[in-house]
Design a protein around this ligand. Structure first.
Ligand code: ZN
Ligand code: ZN
Length: 449
């Protein structure tokens, strides 16, 4: 399709699109709107080919016959543009030229056949929704536009009527996908000026209901609440480039497509919270508080299910939530007594975590004596036991004495020996055990250790 040419009729101005006190976008408005003449569309190819399908060819012929009759008029009913009071106004627009519309009956018959074929060939794709609605948007755009007060694009109502009819009768497409597409077609048909606010209100209501249902009171979700409270996802995804028109445009949600998004959002949010993992990381400190939160959330969800009117689609996220809450309630129930049976975690200072051995005490004693230039009582059991009792604690003197004898003959000027006795951290430990760590440090440095 070549680009549609919009002719502004009368004076033009920019006007804001407002909703709930907020401007969502700007619209170029003209005194008498735009006139854009319709263009042909290109069919897409796939397994089903209307060229060789007898059914499609017969439908096409019948459509051309009906639409041509409508265009030309019959004895009972006048043709275009005198078909209705709206289109009759076209005769007052100097830019209007009936000759530009003569091929519309055949063109629209083709558009119906092409759209039906596109749905038939693509409804099983993963991206079926975007692909098919892109194609419908592209086709709708090809219909052009009439100036204000001059009715809808010619035969656009017929396009929707027949596409809807063919889709309704399609038995190959899944029920769910069929409904989603029918909803899209229906939302597209309602005159935008008349139903825009209602549509937004429906979307707003649908979203608010979800906001109230999702268990944001559970502390893991609490900080997400303000984020979701502030937004209203009215667009079905980011403005994306339409595959067929090449234009980036945001698609309005229908109630159904918004609910699909909310179901996925629910699943994603729940997925992010891994309670057993959080417990292992120590992030769950008050299991009773969590138990209470989950129990209350479950009650809220179950109450909401009774008091609020959920549609079939909405019930899917309610069910998902209920299941998730139940699983976690069970988990806490099982885990709480186990956690209570554990002794309370010890709060220890860093030093308390290091276990000093007798070897450390002996090494520290020997190095300190050397640093101070003091001699130690080699071979004097009682004297050594006394020293051991003093620095290692009462009753440990004999152990000190024995270890002293093991170590005393080793050369403490060789670093490897020090590591062998006191481990990699011998230096820190020896200084920690001493009342004069500076003296020891200076001594060791002089010894080039
Ligand atoms: Zn066919
Ligand atoms: Zn008309």
């Amino acid at each position: 399709m070549k680009g549609i040419h919009y002719k502004g009729i009368g004076n033009t101005k920019l006007t804001p699109i407002d909703f709930c006190g907020k401007t969502w976008g700007w619209m170029l408005e003209t005194e008498q709107g735009f006139l854009a003449e319709p263009k042909e569309t290109e069919p897409t190819t796939g397994e089903h080919d209307f060229n060789t399908c007898e059914g499609c060819q017969n439908t096409r012929k019948e459509l051309i016959k009906r639409l041509t009759e409508k265009f030309n008029g019959t004895e009972q009913k006048q043709g275009f543009p005198f078909c209705c009071s709206h289109h009759s106004n076209l005769t007052k627009v100097k830019e209007f030229n009936r000759a530009s519309f003569v091929s519309v009956p055949e063109m629209v018959a083709d558009k119906i056949i092409y759209t039906n074929q596109h749905i038939t060939n693509n409804h099983e794709n993963e991206n079926y929704y975007k692909d098919i609605t892109d194609y419908i948007d592209y086709t709708v755009e090809s219909f052009g536009q009439m100036p204000n007060g001059c009715g809808g694009a010619l035969f656009i109502g017929d396009y929707f009527f027949y596409v809807t009819d063919l889709l309704t009768r399609n038995t190959e497409i899944s029920k769910e996908r069929k409904n989603r597409l029918l909803e899209f077609l229906e939302a597209h048909q309602t005159p935008p000026t008349k139903n825009k606010n209602t549509d937004l209100n429906i979307l707003l209501g649908t979203y608010q209901k979800w906001l109230k249902t999702f268990p944001f009171d559970i502390s893991f979700f609490a900080e997400l609440k303000p984020h979701f409270e502030k937004q209203l996802p009215i667009l079905n995804g980011k403005p994306e480039t339409n595959k067929y028109t090449g234009l980036a445009k945001g698609k309005m949600h229908t109630k159904g497509s918004l609910i699909d998004v909310l179901l996925n959002l629910t699943k994603n949010l729940l997925d992010k919270v891994n309670v057993p993992e959080l417990r292992k990381q120590g992030a769950i400190t008050d299991i009773q508080a969590n138990q209470l939160e989950f129990a209350e959330a479950e009650l809220n969800t179950k109450t909401a299910e009774i008091t609020k009117q959920y549609s079939k689609g909405e019930l899917k996220y309610v069910k998902t939530l209920k299941k998730w809450l139940q699983l976690h309630k069970d988990y806490f129930k099982e885990v709480a007594p186990l956690l209570k049976a554990l002794p309370p975690q010890q709060t220890t200072t860093e030093n308390d975590n290091i276990k000093y051995t007798a070897k450390h005490y002996v090494l520290g004693y020997l190095i300190e004596c050397n640093a101070k230039g003091e001699s130690f009582p080699i071979g004097q059991k009682k004297e050594l036991e006394k020293i051991g009792n003093r620095i290692m604690g009462a009753g440990k003197g004999n152990r000190f004495y024995k270890v002293f004898n093991e170590i005393v003959n080793k050369d403490l000027n060789i670093e490897n020996n020090l590591i062998e006795i006191g481990g990699e951290n011998w230096r820190t430990i020896v200084k920690d055990l001493s009342n004069e760590p500076e003296t020891i440090e200076t001594y060791l440095q002089n010894k080039q250790l």
